[in-house]
Structure formats: structure tokens, C-alpha cells
Ligand binder design. Structure first.
Ligand code: GLC
Ligand code: CA
Length: 587
């Protein structure tokens, strides 16, 4: 028997049944008209958040930061970015969440800091600075002509290389992301202890209930740092994720985080604190299990990203935004894989299809044209609530927000990744290396850029969708008059009202939806997505139409209709973008 087998069949724990709601602070609610969302703004909306029926708020980074990567470049873990507020505001938010029976988790960004962090400033001060070894510094290489070359050939996540030359100390430093995001050296014990104290204990002591852990499998690099194999001969930098994803000491580091820090804390209501890790490039279930098996005492759960990678090239390579058509069976296989991998084990999984790094789910997986948008949103809601695991929603998903309009120019895309990929595409098209690249990458960005989810939240029909009375840091979507929370709150038939109902339904039927086993039916059908859930003698059938045409369905005759996403129901036929759930038991 595998050491991860679970005789208890998924022991019940609070965070397995919880619905999480991600808030992107820059874009949620601006309380003072400076164009940036802020923590007082979140506090104003706490009743709204609680009314959705979520259990945990995940707040994306609100730490002090130069905002090159929107707060994922932290310059001080113990301070709040001034436009967002101050530490006291976060303390108020912790209290307000708890008063409303919600927990609060923060983002833990500890693979790298900003180059403006005091640790890095010291480290770059001199070669013999005590913090020199807290980051990765390496001497240059030289080619035959004596030209200076970076220490290795790695390609970074944001286009460009992973090494930046430091004039002052005449060495390069490593950064997997932007040049302003130097990687911390986890091999250094003092560095790890400083991370635990400053980024973790500081906030746990203030009463937060856990963390979403950024880039959780990248802390252990393959040492010594040597060139990655050349897989893209047209380029002098190479995809190199195998040099830092799931490295040799990664499980040891995560176990240490858990044992020395997290296990010493409880949530406000006395439960173990929760962790969810961002796990990139880990596509076989066997290597995901050790991160999330209860026995291993590492993480409670992770985000595995096959679903958001649909249509993309692999991350860290230059065709991430070179969109490739995909068909429904591919998506079904992905869902099946990450639903089923925990079965018979003590591991756990997550359910999500949006976050701050992806296009909106309606635009990516269904249809965002005005006639299909709402129907798509409700069908996708059924898709999510029917799945096993902890459920994560992203702000605006509950009102059916969609991607940036196609007419907007690239100047409206503010993200460093989008801008770098776009600049690369323009360069490679114009120098003749890849003449059609601009059109292709432009299209990919219109569908999948991280910017789409970062547009201001649409509160009402007033200027900027009620997000801000000033000039928002990102332009508000043109459609805020027709898509906004205020009008949907009043409408029993709205996407928002539907989400609220669905989240309640998921809880009422948690045996089958949260804890049930998953079986994919009719896998090759190009139009419908049908799956069966089971829990002991209970069965549920989830049937979803992912097309704009009616689809026949069968096998539901003996079952009871629990819910449909549309009011007009035709027996034996799913309307375009209709979702239904049938059950075989009495409620
Ligand atoms: C994670 C974040 C992303 C950020 C990156 C670097 O992937 O989700 O937004 O750019 O880490 O910290
Ligand atoms: Ca503000």
C-alpha cells in the first residue's frame, strides 16, 4: 500500500469545505479617489464579500513594493504599500473578516524580493557583505572575443534572461522574473530564518489564518548553476524551469516552513492555519502528491495549472502567448486528471479557473459575446461547484466580468509580462526572424494576458464602474453599465444571485460535491462535458453544454433535477451553455 493511502477517505477539515475569494487590492475598491484600490476600500465592501457566501479571503500582496510586478516584488514584508493603507488597516481587515466569520490569508512571496528590499541593497553593497550570500551572485563568463556573457543561458518568465549585471560589484545576480526581482538564496540558513520572521511570523502574530504561497516549488535551485540544454537554437536564452522547479531540497525547505513556523499557529477559531501553494511545472500526479499528502506535512493543497495553460505554450518559454486551438476533450482530460489524482490518497486538490495571472474564464472557456455571457457564467459556476476540492473564486468572477475589449490598444495592458512579450514579438517580427509574430502574440494577449483580470471591479453604473472617482490605474471596462454588482444584487436572476445560490448548494451537498469521487463520461464528445460524482450510495450527474447550439443528452431519466443554469428547460436537450445537475437521492 502506498504510504499516502488514506483509509479515512478524505478526513474532513475546515479548509477542504471552504470557498476562497481572491482580492487583488489595486483593483477592488478605491476609497480615496487616487485611482488605486486600497484596504479601507476592502473594509467598505466587507458586507458584500460576506454576502457572496465565501469563507476565506485571500488578499494578493499589499506589502510595500515598487509595484514593478504589482506587489509580487516586495521591498518590505512588514510594511504596507502606502497607497493601500498601513499595517493598522490590515489589522482592521483581519478583525472585520473574523467578525463576519471569514478567515483572511495573505500572499507569501518568498522566492525573491524586490531589488529595493533592504536585504538586497545590503547584499549588492559589497562582495564581503554578510548578506551577499542571501542572493545568487555569480561572476561573468566571456566568449572567445572577450565579450561579457551571463553565467548561464536561462530564459526568465518575463521574456529576457535571468541575470542582471551589477556594475558596482562586477557580478551578475539571478532573477527568475523581472530584473528587479532578485531570487533569495534558500541554501543560506540566516536568509531562511529572516524570511520566516519577517514575511511569516510578523503577520501570523497579527492573527492571519494562513497563506497562499507564491512560486512554492522554485526555492531550491539545481546547483551548481549550469547551462540548460539548448532547445531553442534560434535564441541565446533557453527555457530552464528544470533548473529551479522541484529542485533537490524543495521538500526539505517546505517541511521546515511547516514544522518551524506554520504548525505553531492557529486560526482565530482555533483550527490549524491553511496553506495553498502555487505549483508550476509539475504535471505528473506522482510528483504533486508529496507536496499535499497529509502525511508529508508540507502544504494543505496547491494550484496545479494545466487548466489555465490550455492553449498556451509552456511557461518560461517564448511561446506562452502563441495561442494554440484546443478542443473540449483536452479540457475534460485535464479536469479528470486533477480531480482523480487524490482518490485513495491523503492528498487534497483545488478547484479554480481564474486568478490574477489569467484571462477571464467566460472569455477563455466559454463565450463572452453579449448574448452568451450570462449563460456562460452560470454554466461555468455549475462546472466549478460540482468538482471535488477546495474552491477558489477571483474577484469579479461572481458577477461575470470578461476580458478587455478587443478594440483596446496594447498601451492599456500594464503588466510587465505582457509588455515584455509584446516588445519581444515586435522585435522578432520587425527583424524578420518571425514575420507574423506580432499578430499571433497580440491575439494571444487579447485572450490570455494577465491584465484582463486586473481591470477595476465593477461595483455600479457610475463613473469607472464605481471603483474610483479619480483616474483608475487601469482603465475600467467599457461594459460596467451592464455588468456590475449593484444591479445584480437586486436581480434574483443575475450571475451574482446564481453564484450565491450555487455556493449554498455546494455546502448543502458537500458529501458529493466537495468530497465525492469523479468519473468522466463521454470523454470524446466535443460539445458537452458530463461527469458523475459519487459518495457512498449517492450519485450526482453534472451535464454542461459548452457550445452555442442545443445538445441532446441521455442517462438522466431516472434522476432528479437538482439545478439548471437556465429557466427554460427542455427534456433531453441542453440549451446553449446550459448546465444541469441531477442527483439520485432525496434532499
Ligand atoms: C506568481 C504570481 C505572479 C507573479 C510571480 C512572481 O506567479 O502569481 O503574479 O508575477 O509569481 O512573483
Ligand atoms: Ca486609493
Amino acid at each position: 500500500m502506498s504510504p499516502h493511502a488514506d483509509p479515512l477517505h478524505h478526513k474532513r477539515v475546515w479548509w477542504k469545505e471552504a470557498t476562497f475569494y481572491q482580492i487583488y487590492p489595486a483593483s477592488f475598491k478605491d476609497s480615496n479617489g487616487d485611482g488605486w484600490g486600497d484596504i479601507p476600500g476592502i473594509l467598505q465592501k466587507i458586507d458584500y464579500i460576506a454576502s457572496i457566501g465565501v469563507d476565506v479571503v485571500w488578499l494578493s500582496p499589499m506589502f510595500d513594493s515598487p509595484q514593478i510586478d504589482m506587489g509580487y516584488d516586495v521591498s518590505d514584508y512588514e510594511a504596507v504599500y502606502a497607497p493601500y493603507g498601513c499595517v493598522e488597516d490590515v489589522e482592521k481587515l483581519i478583525e472585520a473578516c473574523h467578525k463576519n466569520h471569514m478567515k483572511l490569508i495573505l500572499d507569501l512571496v518568498i522566492n525573491h524580493t524586490s531589488d529595493q528590499h533592504a536585504w538586497f541593497k545590503e547584499s549588492r553593497g559589497s562582495k564581503d557583505n554578510p548578506k551577499r550570500d542571501w542572493y545568487f551572485w555569480r561572476p561573468a563568463r566571456y566568449d572567445k572575443q572577450g565579450n561579457r556573457m551571463p553565467p548561464t543561458n536561462y530564459r526568465s518568465y518575463f521574456a529576457g534572461g535571468t541575470w542582471t549585471w551589477d556594475e558596482h560589484t562586477q557580478e551578475y545576480y539571478l532573477h527568475l522574473y523581472d530584473t528587479t526581482q532578485p531570487d533569495l538564496n534558500w541554501e543560506n540558513e540566516d536568509c531562511r530564518q529572516a524570511i520566516y520572521n519577517s514575511a511569516m511570523r510578523f503577520w501570523l502574530d497579527k492573527g492571519i489564518d494562513g497563506f497562499r504561497i507564491d512560486t512554492v516549488n522554485k526555492y531550491s535551485k539545481v546547483l551548481p548553476l549550469i547551462d540548460a540544454p539548448v532547445t531553442d537554437p534560434t535564441n541565446d536564452i533557453q527555457p530552464a524551469a528544470q533548473m529551479w522547479c522541484n529542485g533537490p531540497r524543495i521538500h526539505e525547505f517546505i517541511k521546515e516552513i511547516n514544522r518551524d513556523v506554520l504548525s505553531k499557529y492557529r486560526t482565530y477559531d482555533g483550527q490549524p492555519v491553511v496553506t495553498v501553494g502555487e505549483l508550476s511545472l509539475c504535471s505528473d500526479a506522482e510528483s504533486v502528491i508529496p507536496y499535499v499528502s497529509a502525511l508529508e506535512k508540507e502544504l494543505d493543497m496547491v494550484f496545479q495549472f494545466d487548466i489555465t495553460h490550455l492553449g498556451q505554450g509552456p511557461p518560461g518559454c517564448n511561446d506562452k502567448y502563441d495561442f494554440a486551438e484546443w478542443k473540449l476533450p483536452e479540457m475534460k482530460r485535464i479536469v479528470e486528471k486533477w480531480q482523480c489524482f487524490i482518490e485513495g490518497t491523503d492528498a487534497w486538490t483545488t478547484v479554480f479557473n481564474e486568478n490574477h495571472d489569467n484571462g477571464r474564464s467566460i472569455s477563455r472557456y466559454a463565450n463572452d459575446a453579449p448574448e452568451w455571457r450570462e449563460k456562460s457564467a452560470k454554466m461555468l459556476a455549475i462546472w466549478l461547484i460540482g468538482q471535488t476540492g477546495s474552491l477558489f473564486l477571483y474577484q469579479g468572477q461572481e458577477i461575470g466580468m470578461i476580458n478587455i475589449p478587443k478594440e483596446w490598444g496594447m498601451e492599456e495592458y500594464k503588466d510587465v509580462e505582457s509588455q515584455n512579450y509584446w516588445a519581444e514579438a515586435v522585435r522578432l517580427a520587425e527583424d524578420g526572424t518571425d514575420p507574423t509574430r506580432k499578430e499571433r502574440i497580440g491575439y494571444g494577449l487579447q485572450l490570455m494576458a494577465r491584465d484582463h483580470s486586473r481591470l477595476p471591479f465593477q461595483w455600479d453604473g457610475s463613473i469607472n464602474g464605481g471603483f474610483s472617482t479619480g483616474k483608475p490605474w487601469m482603465r475600467a471596462h467599457d461594459n460596467y453599465k451592464s455588468i456590475n454588482a449593484a444591479s445584480q444584487e437586486k436581480d434574483a436572476d443575475s450571475v451574482l444571485s446564481f453564484y450565491k445560490r450555487m455556493l449554498r448548494l455546494r455546502k448543502e451537498h458537500k458529501d458529493i460535491f466537495v468530497y465525492g469521487t469523479f468519473e468522466l463520461l463521454d470523454p470524446d464528445n466535443l460539445n458537452t462535458f458530463v461527469f458523475r460524482k459519487r459518495y457512498q450510495e449517492k450519485t450526482a450527474l453534472v451535464v454542461l453544454n459548452f457550445t452555442t447550439t442545443p445538445q441532446l443528452m441521455s442517462g438522466t431519466e431516472e434522476m432528479k433535477l437538482l439545478v439548471s443554469s437556465q429557466s427554460k428547460k427542455i427534456p433531453g436537450t441542453l440549451q446553449p451553455f446550459e448546465g444541469r445537475i441531477y442527483i439520485n437521492y432525496e434532499v
